[in-house]
Write a protein that binds this ligand. Structure first.
Ligand code: ADP
Ligand code: ZN
Ligand code: ZN
Length: 742
């Protein structure tokens, strides 16, 4: 028998299958997915590798085929089905097979099992009773207590005996030696979820919720497997809908994976699922210890849980009979991996579901352009929920023109209107959230008087300021000198927009000395648990105002909040990225969704220098459909995803001249191999930061209507890089439909 093996070395040149002979003693045991030790290379150094297949034939000279040394006993095995998924990921996203295999294995190292000790009575009832009488006679109280308990229940937890019955370890040892009882060890899994009782829920679904859950159930019980996009406004009861869908799947003996962005994966969310599915729920997240993580994988494999909740990597939970994958907040950029293979959880979930006959549900109040585009094309089934589940109205949103504020002589970051509304809320003892939009900040230049933003004449993304007084397009490389006057209105009030949460906290405290203010950003959440602490303090109304970055707008439910202020809404509007409009709409809609979740209606103030920008207007009207129509037209016009596909080829190296030369060759090669396809090659450009720790970086973009065209070009480039020694000192990574083009 022979095994196909992928050697665990980070080297493109070794990214192929090697065959090894399976020694007879391992024939019964060896399975695809296991990690093994094999002799490798001229010196026959022992190397690790993964078995990807087993067969009876060998394609190589039999006299030269080496033999597997052993199975690595302390490594976790990859599920056979996940090997196929890894092969797809390698092909679809680039990189090596070993990188893909490691990605589908969320825990690699076996961890020691935690064991629980118990006592078992070895005597029959009669003998036991005689022994009890003997202990009582001798006044051996501890032994008598233990014997009496064992006669009631012949198996007792060790801990219970020492703690509750107050019997010492030496007494237990003595009885063990006399063969009165045995001490046994049983393996138990660590469980990071607090035990909760299942509770019956007494909610009546709204008409919209019922329509969605009924349609899903009908499809599912008829064996129809689809990808569904659930577009539901914030508070429309999407989570309740997911739970009902999971119930349908679990009733059929299948399991479900629920992906939630790590930042929204709070104790409250997990408890909602536990109240519904009891102890058949498990979680995966970065806060778990290695032992806990390993045990959750084992529990899932052993069929001890039905629902796995976690961030992106929980997608690879090895369930025996996967029935459903839910992706909540599917528009979140964290669903895209930043490491090779740079997979997107949405596409990978759809692929895994197809391989294992499961369905996928994507949920969001502001679906990604990708998901909505596919839903509109009929690739996904679209469900809409337009009403809030408890019939609260959506918040009232108004925009404030900050150019006007400047003209009125107000130079504060808080507009007069926002200050007025804050005053009102503080008097009424209602809560306020101030959200500073800082996502993707990259130093664009804008005019404080007319709102004009300096953009690339070729790409319609904003130019970024670089040191040395230049303005650069991070997409095509276009460069021009930094402007000191507004090209639109001639004003000298033009520059980078800078403000921090700390600064806003100070301004707020000065303006409203009576208010209790909390701040949440990277600085205040560095410590473990500080994130949850701030959130719960604010939820318990221990503060009046919460100031923060996008962290505070992610799906939290604060019924006391009736006012949300968005400061610098434009900050994310003009990042140098074609997704900036989409990001901004999502953030503003999410922020607006925070207001008025309780009994009282909410108000939202959006402060902007571009009140006429279609994205700002659509967000103010909370009109997703209008935003989508505008945005998809822009993507069509410019050929950006999801209408076309974009491949970023990231190149990095210590030698700048060599890197530039490599990129030029790569571009020429790409132009050559694109053949008659409609692929366009753009760049090389600087990816935002030119140099990190003395490593220079460049990026090349390839754009094509068909994804497969890009995959073929990627494959050819990988071969080209492999055979050209000029690329030995340049690292190349592929990023398909990247989240940040910088
Ligand atoms: P979403 O995920 O769409 O923001 P949730 O599922 O979190 O919405 O629902 C928001 C709140 O409304 C939760 O407290 C939830 O328990 C409650 N809720 C959802 N559906 C109903 C319903 N049909 N009746 C009453 N309350 C509901
Ligand atoms: Zn101007
Ligand atoms: Zn450009």
């Amino acid at each position: 028998m022979f095994a196909d093996i992928i050697i665990d070395i980070q080297h493109e040149k070794l990214d192929k299958i090697f065959q090894y002979r399976i020694p007879e003693r391992l024939e019964q045991e060896l399975r695809p997915g296991m990690e093994v030790l094999v002799p490798f290379g001229k010196g026959n150094h022992p190397r690790k590798g993964y078995v990807t297949g087993i067969g009876e034939t060998c394609d190589y000279d039999l006299s030269k085929v080496k033999e597997i040394v052993d199975i690595s006993r302390d490594s976790v095995e990859i599920e056979g089905r996940l090997i196929a998924l890894a092969a797809w990921m390698k092909e679809y996203y680039g990189g090596t097979m070993i990188q893909a295999l490691k990605t589908v294995l969320p825990v690699r190292q076996k961890e020691n099992a935690r064991v629980k000790k118990r006592l078992r009575l070895l005597l029959d009832k009669e003998t036991g009773k005689r022994q009890l009488d003997y202990y009582l006679e001798k006044n051996q109280k501890a032994r008598a207590r233990l014997m009496a308990a064992l006669l009631d229940d012949p198996i007792l937890e060790y801990e219970l005996v020492t703690k509750k019955l107050n019997v010492s370890a030496s007494v237990i040892r003595a009885l063990e030696e006399q063969n009165v009882l045995a001490v046994e060890e049983k393996q138990v899994y660590r469980n990071p979820v607090k035990q909760t009782e299942k509770q019956s829920r007494d909610i009546t679904f709204t008409g919209e919720q019922k329509h969605v859950t009924d349609s899903f159930r009908q499809d599912y019980t008829q064996g129809i497997r689809r990808t569904y996009l659930l577009h539901g406004v914030t508070g429309s009861g999407k989570t309740e809908v997911y739970m009902e869908m999971i119930r349908t799947v679990v009733e059929q003996g299948k399991q479900a994976i629920v992906l939630i962005p790590e930042i929204a994966l709070t104790y409250q969310t997990v408890m909602r699922f536990c109240r519904c599915f009891g102890d058949r729920v498990s979680i995966m997240n970065s806060r778990l210890s290695p032992g806990e993580r390993y045990d959750q994988l084992m529990r899932a494999k052993a069929g001890e849980v039905d629902v796995m909740i976690g961030p992106r990597s929980a997608l690879f939970t090895p369930f025996p009979d996967l029935g459903l994958i839910v992706i909540d907040e599917e528009h979140e950029p964290t669903y895209k991996s930043e490491q090779t293979p740079r997979y997107h959880a949405r596409e990978t979930a759809v692929k895994r579901a197809q391989m294992e006959n499961a369905s996928v549900v994507l949920g969001s109040a502001t679906p990604s352009l990708e998901a909505m585009y596919r839903a509109r094309n009929g690739e996904y089934v679209l469900f809409e929920m337009k009403k809030r589940s408890r019939m609260q109205s959506l918040a009232h949103v108004e925009t404030v023109d900050m150019r006007q504020e400047l003209m009125n002589g107000n130079r504060s970051i808080l507009s007069a209107r926002l200050q007025e509304l804050m005053e009102e809320r503080l008097e009424r003892k209602e809560q306020i959230m101030l959200f500073l939009n800082r996502r993707g900040y990259s130093g664009f230049i804008s005019c404080r008087e007319c709102g004009h933003v300096v953009k690339c004449p070729h790409c319609d993304v904003s130019l970024s300021v670089h040191r040395g007084g230049k303005m650069v397009c991070h997409y095509c490389g276009y460069t021009q000198p930094r402007v000191t006057e507004c090209p639109e209105c001639g004003s000298r009030h033009i520059g980078e927009f800078r403000a921090g949460t700390q600064q806003i906290e100070d301004i707020v405290k000065m303006r409203f000395p009576q208010a209790r203010v909390l701040r949440m950003d990277m600085d205040t959440t560095r410590q473990k648990d500080s994130y949850e602490k701030i959130l719960s303090a604010f939820a318990n109304e221990e503060a009046d105002i919460l100031v923060g970055t996008q962290m505070i707008v992610k799906g939290h439910d604060f019924p006391g909040v009736t006012l949300v202020g968005v400061l610098a809404a434009d900050m994310s509007l003009y990042t140098d990225d074609y997704r900036s409009g989409e990001r901004t709409f999502q953030l503003l809609a999410q922020a607006a969704g925070r207001a008025g979740r309780g009994e009282r209606p909410g108000e939202v103030v959006i402060q902007t220098y571009s009140p006429d920008h279609p994205v700002i207007q659509a967000a103010a009207d909370q009109d997703y459909a209008r935003f989508y129509e505008e945005e998809i037209r822009y993507r069509e016009l410019m050929g950006y995803p999801p209408v076309e596909n974009l491949l970023a080829v990231l190149a990095a190296g210590e030698d700048e001249a060599l890197l530039e030369k490599g990129c030029r060759y790569l571009k020429e090669y790409a132009l050559r191999v694109r053949g008659r396809t409609q692929a366009a090659v753009i760049g090389p450009a600087s990816p935002g930061i030119d140099r990190i720790k003395d490593v220079y970086r460049r990026v090349l973009y390839i754009k094509a209507p068909e994804y497969d065209t890009l995959v073929r070009i990627k494959d050819r480039m990988e071969q080209y890089i492999e055979i050209n020694s000029g690329f030995n000192r340049i690292r190349i990574q592929f990023d398909f439909n990247p989240m940040n083009i910088s």
